[in-house]
Design a protein. Sequence first.
Length: 134
Amino acid sequence: MTRKIIALLGIGAAFAVTACGADDGPPAITADAAKAGVERAAGVTLASEALPAEAKEQGLQASFTNAGSITKDKQVVALFVVKDDDLAADVANQVRQTVPKGGKLIVDGNVMVVYANAGGTDKSTAVEQAVKAL
């Protein structure tokens, strides 16, 4: 069920060398809130990425990256917002080993971030704190 989302996360992780079901828990983090928090923490501007129809059907709500400015930013940031916490946990468990060495998969609630320093200041701790504060 999560194959397309896993593929997108794999693509996000590959960039670093460069994104089912419902629960009755607390409300999910919105894509706009997640994007704003991660942008502030990382000091980057994230651009929306197109979502394949199959990934949307499986629960992927939004995907953002700094793919166009990785060289300038000296870091890779890929943000994924999914339908709920359970889906995020399931996808994270399946893709954790695909994150490149030196990269980090940050998951909290329905938000996932693939972060990798690309020769600049490592802001992974700030990004992780921002995600957890959402």
